[in-house]
Write a protein that binds this ligand. Sequence first.
Ligand code: GN1
Ligand code: MG
Length: 368
Amino acid sequence: MPDYIFVAITYIPPQSNLTMLDSVLKQYNINETLEVQTLKGGLINSTWKLIGKNKQYILQKVNGDIFSSPTDIARNIKNIGDYLHLNYPNYFFVGLLPTINGDVVCNMPDNGSYRLFPFVIDSVTYSALNNPQLAYEAAVQFGRFANHLSRFPVESLHIPLPNFHDLSLRFTQFENILVSGNPERISEAAESIVFLKKHSDIVAVFEGIKQNPNFKIRVMHHDTKVNNVLFDKDNKGLCVIDLDTVMPGYFMSDVGDMMRTYLSPVSEEEKDFSLIEVREDYFKAILEGYLSEMKGELSTDELKHFVYAGKFLIYMQALRFLTDYLQNDTYYGSQYPGHNFIRANNQIVLLQKLIEKEAALQDLVRNY
Ligand code: GN1
Ligand code: MG
């Protein structure tokens, strides 16, 4: 068994985890001594960076409670990678490494599914942005991803999470939990609940979009938060990562999550809501970056809803965090009491700030 040096972790992994790591890495024929770092940032899967003498890897355990078929997801990633490689040979895509059996996912009996990526040496990620140029670079990356896949057969994709960004369904789930959820938490959240109900016009607009043929169903990433872009040492965008949720969807999913995570100087984890802001220069950077790749693809109706995309996604994330709080944190988990309540209220403040600036941002789109 190779040696593992664990760093940057908050607990010593039990022997059973080491044995599991050993068995997984055998499947990839990796025998060298590795430094293992636990990467935090994603809320769903577990992620480690493995540092060997010459090679570095990203190992992930897919959360099987949420993703029922890691193999189908791996197939999506492979099919997209093959398509991009064929049609855009210079496009930088981080694909999955095969096991010794040639599989792109490593299913361990009774212990879930793992997968391995090469680590992109010298790449960096950010959880919040302090420079609009980074927002521009990230938006170019997601725009390019969508543009290059605009002729990919969208219906051939496996749908990992059915109705994932169906705002109508998210709203119904929220309404249902107000009946069946934790009663103390429901009383505690009364103000937030009133706010979210008051803004259900955002759902009504979505209902209209579903009926409008000018909104195209596209290959969307569905998780364009800023830590899903790799940058190089000079802060140039390198590529997009975390392709679990790539599936058919509307442009608002990708543009909206960029707005949700690039506009404010602080992330969804921030407890001091006075620090939440909507920065116009960052909006301009997203607009210019995304449209530099997607302008020819978006319809007039879609373009008119560019600002709406932010409202759509931030509102949905607030619903999802609050719903989870009211259902005792069964989806996102919680690292301290009230964690998902804080996250939900953080997103509510962000939505308020966006609505305050809506007219000004709409002008920026009009004048683009
Ligand atoms: C989850 O696990 P992660 O960080 O990639 C979630 C996204 C949310 C995000 C909020 C499958 O993404 O939809 O926007 O948390 N992914 C899933 O941070 O639910
Ligand atoms: Mg994700």
